[in-house]
Design a protein around this ligand. Structure first.
Ligand code: MGD
Ligand code: MGD
Ligand code: MO
Length: 753
């Protein structure tokens, strides 16, 4: 990644947005989805007269607060950002020193940007050339600017390229590692950052450790279990190193290549059981496939405080288990916020009625499956105890093991002291006062040692490493094709022993790079490198010298192992512009992508989709509902705010199809599926696109399934799921579904008598 960590987490923080002189938002609607955090945006407008630019295909509530609104065609942000870079380089608005000292391969970006003239950008994105020029001039000249994104950038077949080019734009302007700057990704669920950090990903171990044998061995010994035992849990040892299925396409595993569906690569077997803990399932793209997957399972287990609507969607009658999970209010432990900071959460009440906490369910499951001792061994190691205390010992286990992102300082004791003293920290900088002096609120990672302050602004070289400073991470070698990948002289964090770039620190180079001599005892204790050094001696020695253990390197604008080495515009698989599909085709089909063969070019060119499906389909969120929506539709008051599934449609578009305001309409997808929803006239969308929220479920392709709820459990509002008509399409690297870049056809739906 251009930005080593910014892929998923904020480099700065919500409070820090108050320092921004300009704000540019791509595909995020914080007024609706982060309404509390959005106050910091409004304060930046008040305090600094910060200009706010919103780039979105829909005129949102956030756009209503913007100084400039840019209506972009879905899936064309790369063209827009290259258009900005084109103007930046042409006018000399880039930060030359920053690029020279801290960025690798910006020349490749410059060459691509040269092709994106304002006229070309306008043709591809639908944004007038003058608007692109106005936005770029404003953003490049305002002083430090923050770049915000969320799902409007990620949910595309080119989502991962979007999330690379956005940081590159910030690198070009020298906006990284600065207060008021950075790339600030507004994350989703409560604790989704913590869940990702802890390895709820199918291609990493906790802390983003890879699936190599070395990583597994580090974890085996840190967990106090035999490596061979762990290996024995897999069909054969090679499967230990393979990526798993993703949530987006688990159903392909259950359908197992039947009836022309995508082939899977899963050791010769399909998926038989699905255990769901905290996902709505109806939030996944291509619901007809999801239903087929559910129907094909041997067993379905749903652990949820509510009746998970997967149980309503499936026709499966036997072996569907609904386990009453307790909520976050009925348990305690740590959660991680969007800016990498941690908080302690205290239980409010004991689990109500027969509900059980998620950890109780997991422990009981481990007991029944016969590996409870191994499952819990890691929590007893630190103090060599017979039993563990939940959740403190789990928190301490994480602090003990996860070095990659620097969680060493996150002991239960410290985290609790932060939450208890939250009033002792500054709202904007996060800096502590009084007894919390020298620490930043929630110890944003990396928090290298048990004494470290936390790092509120990633890649900030104006601070010493001890107070959260650092350069970019050295992850990809010292040079590539003869070009130095380490940072240039003068770019090291404040108070650094070394002026310029240096490699990541390991057992072999520590004495030379740090200019020290280790004692025999230290030599015996330290691990192979800083990531697996259980003694933490490497990190401690680095701190003494003002060095970040992960090195000081250049950010990469080019990833030589990716299908597109630099981000490239490619049309969505279902594009309204057949002419541009020829000019900017999608990728070659990808075999065994997270175990599933995945179509790109073959789907894109299967037919000229726009002929039969002429309208862009945009999906997104409402302020009163969350995710799959069950939690909110089960609330009488929240449900009353949007009691029915609806579609925002421009009156001129509706008029062409004879669709009246509040009449019913059908939306048809290229996959042959359809939903029946209520039309809602709106000028927030233009005539070429419609917007639908994805928070509804309980109806399927015109059929009301709510009679299937156990008595008394149906929510106050039900309706069609947007995901029944979201199109086929998955990101080339991450496999996130293309739920923000599809096509559809609409039709008036006759009212039944
Ligand atoms: N009230 C509420 N708050 C939530 C949630 C919720 O469900 N309800 N969910 C939480 C979760 S899990 C998440 S991930 C976040 C998501 O937060 P957001 O990403 O803000 O959520 P969305 O509304 O899905 O999408 C944001 C915007 O992307 C725009 N968009 C679509 N396609 C494109 C495109 O191609 N380019 C650009 N530039 N924009 C595009 C949409 O029109 C939409 O306005 O919200 C979190 N907060
Ligand atoms: N079309 C379209 N689809 C989308 C998106 C989009 O923008 N457009 N956005 C995508 C995104 S970013 C996301 S994150 C997903 C969100 O989709 P989901 O992850 O499905 O969202 P939630 O509704 O928050 O689902 C959480 C489930 O967990 C349950 N739950 C709540 N608390 C607990 C608990 O403590 N324990 C347990 N065991 N369960 C609990 C809730 O009752 C609910 O059933 O949707 C994705 N789907
Ligand atoms: Mo999300």
């Amino acid at each position: 990644m251009a930005n080593t960590w910014g892929y998923g987490a904020m480099t700065n923080s919500l409070g820090d947005i108050q320092n921004a002189k300009a704000i540019i938002i791509f595909g995020a609607n914080p007024a609706v989805n982060h309404p509390v955090g959005f106050q910091h945006f409004l304060k930046a407008q008040e305090r600094n007269n910060a200009q706010m630019i919103v780039v979105d295909p829909v005129f949102t509530k956030t756009a209503a607060k913007a100084d400039i609104y840019v209506r972009i065609r879905p899936g064309t942000d790369i063209a827009f950002m290259y258009g900005m870079l084109h103007l930046i380089f042409k006018n000399g608005w880039e930060d030359e020193d920053f690029i020279n000292d801290r960025v690798y391969a910006m020349d490749d970006i410059k060459a691509e940007a040269a092709k994106w003239t304002p006229e070309k950008v306008s043709d591809v994105t639908g944004v007038p050339a003058e608007k692109l020029i106005q936005v770029t001039k404003l953003y490049a000249s305002a002083g430090v600017g923050t770049l915000i994104w969320a799902m409007g950038l990620t949910q595309h077949s080119i989502g991962s390229s979007n999330t690379r080019l956005a940081p590159i734009l910030q690198l070009a302007l020298g906006n990284m590692g600065k207060e008021g700057g950075g790339t600030n990704i507004l994350r989703g669920h409560d604790n989704v950052q913590g869940a990702t950090d802890m390895g709820c990903l199918s291609d990493t171990l906790p802390g983003y450790y890879g699936l190599s044998e070395g990583s597994w061995k580090y974890f085996a010994s840190s967990w106090g279990v035999d490596f061979e035992w762990l290996q024995g849990r897999f069909k054969s040892s090679e499967w230990m190193g393979k990526k798993g299925f993703t949530l987006a396409r688990w159903w392909a595993g259950a359908i197992n290549g039947k009836d022309g569906n995508d082939q899977i690569h899963n050791a010769g077997t399909g998926l038989k059981n699905l255990f769901v803990m905290g996902n709505g399932i109806t939030s996944i793209a291509q619901q007809a496939k999801v239903k087929e997957g559910l129907d094909n399972l041997d067993m379905l287990v749903l652990c949820d405080p509510f009746v998970n609507e997967a149980a309503i969607l499936t026709d499966k009658q036997d072996d569907v288990f609904i386990l009453p999970a307790a909520t976050q209010f009925e348990t305690s432990g740590t959660v991680v916020a969007t800016n990498r900071s941690v908080q302690w959460r205290t239980k409010v009440v004991d689990p109500l009625y027969e509900s059980k906490t998620d950890q109780w369910i997991m422990f009981e499951l481990a007991k029944r499956l016969g590996f409870y001792d191994e499952f819990t061994a890691g929590m007893k190691i630190k103090e060599n105890k017979k039993d563990f205390t939940w959740p403190e010992d789990a928190t301490d286990e994480i602090a003990r093991i996860i070095k990659t992102i620097g969680l060493t300082g996150w002991t239960a004791k410290r985290v609790k002291s932060h939450t208890e003293n939250w009033h002792m920290f500054d709202q904007i900088s996060g800096r502590g006062y009084g007894k919390m002096k020298g620490e930043y609120y929630g110890l944003p990672w990396p928090c290298w040692t048990e004494k470290h302050s936390g790092s509120p602004v990633l890649y900030n070289t104006d601070r010493s490493v001890a107070e959260g400073g650092m350069g970019f991470r050295n992850r990809f070698g010292l040079e590539h094709d003869g070009t130095n990948l380490l940072a240039e002289d003068g770019s090291a964090p404040k108070d650094s022993f070394i002026e310029g770039g240096y490699p990541e620190i390991n057992k072999d180079n520590i004495e030379k790079v740090l200019g020290i001599t280790l004692t025999e005892d230290e030599k015996a204790k330290i691990g192979k490198n800083w990531k697996v050094d259980k003694s933490n001696i490497i990190v401690e020695k680095c701190m003494e010298k003002g060095l970040a253990p992960y090195g000081n390197a250049k950010a990469r604008a080019k990833v030589w192992t990716f299908p597109d080495q630099i981000p490239m515009h490619r049309e969505p698989l279902h594009s309204p512009r057949a002419d541009l599909v020829k000019e900017f085709p999608s990728y070659e089909d990808k075999s065994n992508h997270f175990r599933v063969d995945t179509k790109y070019i073959s789907k894109q060119t299967e037919q000229e989709w726009v002929k039969d499906f002429p309208i862009n389909l945009v999906t997104g969120r409402l302020v009163n509902m969350n995710g799959a929506g069950m939690e909110n539709r089960a609330s009488k008051y929240l449900a009353a705010l949007s009691p029915e599934m609806f579609c925002q449609i421009h009156p001129d578009l509706a008029g062409k199809y004879g669709i009246r305001d509040k009449s019913m309409m059908w939306i048809h997808s290229p996959e042959g599926t359809k939903i029946k929803v209520k039309a809602k006239y709106s000028f927030s969308v233009s005539e070429d696109r419609i917007f639908i929220p994805f928070h509804f479920a309980g109806h399927f392709q015109g059929e009301d399934l709510t009679h299937k709820f156990p008595a008394g459990t149906a929510p106050y509002a039900s309706g069609e799921s947007a995901n029944t008509v979201t199109n086929y399409g998955y990101d080339i690297v991450t496999q996130i579904p293309e739920t923000k870049g599809g096509l559809c056809r609409i039709e008036y739906a006759k009212e039944e008598a």
